[in-house]
Design a binder for this molecule. Structure first.
Ligand code: RIB
Length: 318
């Protein structure tokens, strides 16, 4: 980092550019003593409506945690869409590539969070299903100017693939958070991914390796790296992060989690991905970006909601 970049960093200025391709959802969140069983009606004890969606959450995280961010996505022409657009704009995120659908409502997520801070989520894609490869082509300039491109799997797969492929052609750093854990990825995706960041469920789905411990995560990461992903970083919640990094020890590195009292894990993974992307875009080493993302996610789990829980850079201790 040069002297002026160091001075900017010390002043808390945003450094580096992150472009996020992904979903925006209005989260409808009920808190309940436990998650309901099939066929059961359960009395909850609180309700909140908050901005979410994995793409939006990762964009907000990257912005609050130090990057200049642009978002490629689609909301509906409705009040939820206006609220979600407004909350990204309030973070200073470039929304010029955020489309408004005339035919589909804004995406929603129905979330139950139990007293043990675990959640269950159902998403209804709505306008997120209308982010197309044509949107990626139309906004290639936002990919070209990015230091880091971030995708998840809540928008159509052909769109995500075109964003990753464009990133590869443009020689940008690409991150795929393969969430939600819906299916295996086609083999030709892996060489397009610089950093594959699944949680344990997603890593198990993609690799076929059941994961309960960091050792299991290591085996899953080795399988995924052998498929062609340049780096694999498996997030394991309170068990930390297992990273298999390019050119480093084949056994991978385990990063333990900061010890915190969780109240809601919603968007913890998104905070990790956004913080990691922001720190990489600022020019930090990968291992520093991982621990930075972990510190940010550890704060997010102590707060309720998706975007409201995401911390600012000034809150992260060195
Ligand atoms: O990762 C958390 C997010 O998943 C929520 O905000 C919800 O919208 C779903 O996309």
């Amino acid at each position: 980092m040069g002297n002026s970049a160091k001075a900017d960093a010390a002043n808390g200025a945003r450094i580096g550019r992150v472009t996020v391709i992904g979903s925006l959802n209005m989260d409808l969140v009920a808190r309940a003593p436990r998650l309901p069983r099939p066929g059961e009606t359960l009395a909850g004890h609180a309700f909140a409506q908050v901005p979410g969606g994995k793409g939006g959450n990762q964009a907000v995280a990257a912005a609050r945690l130090g990057a200049n961010v642009a978002m490629i996505g689609c909301v509906g022409d409705d009040s939820n869409g206006a609220t979600l657009r407004g909350s990204l704009e309030a973070e200073g995120i470039d929304c010029t590539a955020l489309a408004t659908s005339a035919s589909a409502p804004t995406g929603v997520a129905l979330i139950v969070v139990d007293d043990a801070s675990q959640n269950a989520i159902v998403i209804v894609a709505g306008s997120n299903a209308q982010v197309t490869p044509a949107n990626i082509a139309a906004h290639e300039a936002l990919l070209a100017q990015a230091d880091v491109i971030v995708c998840q799997l809540e928008t159509p797969l052909d769109t995500v693939r075109s964003a990753l492929a464009a990133g590869r052609v443009l020689k940008r750093t690409t991150i795929l958070n393969p969430a939600p854990a819906a299916r295996k990825l086609p083999p030709d995706w892996f060489p397009l991914i610089d950093y594959l960041i699944p949680n344990e469920l997603e890593a198990a789905t993609l690799s076929g390796v059941m994961i309960e411990t960091p050792d299991d995560a290591r085996r899953a990461a080795q399988t995924l790296k052998a498929k062609g992903a340049r780096n694999v970083i498996v997030t394991l919640g309170s068990q930390g992060v297992l990273a298999l990094l390019d050119g480093a020890d084949e056994a991978g590195v385990h990063f333990p989690s900061p010890n915190v009292e969780a109240v809601d894990t919603t968007a913890a993974g998104d905070t990790f991905v956004g913080g990691f992307a922001a720190e990489l875009a600022r020019g930090s080493a990968v291992t520093e970006a991982i621990t930075f993302g972990q510190r940010a996610a550890a704060i997010a789990v102590t707060r309720e909601g998706a975007q409201p829980s995401i911390p600012h850079r000034s809150e992260i201790s060195a």
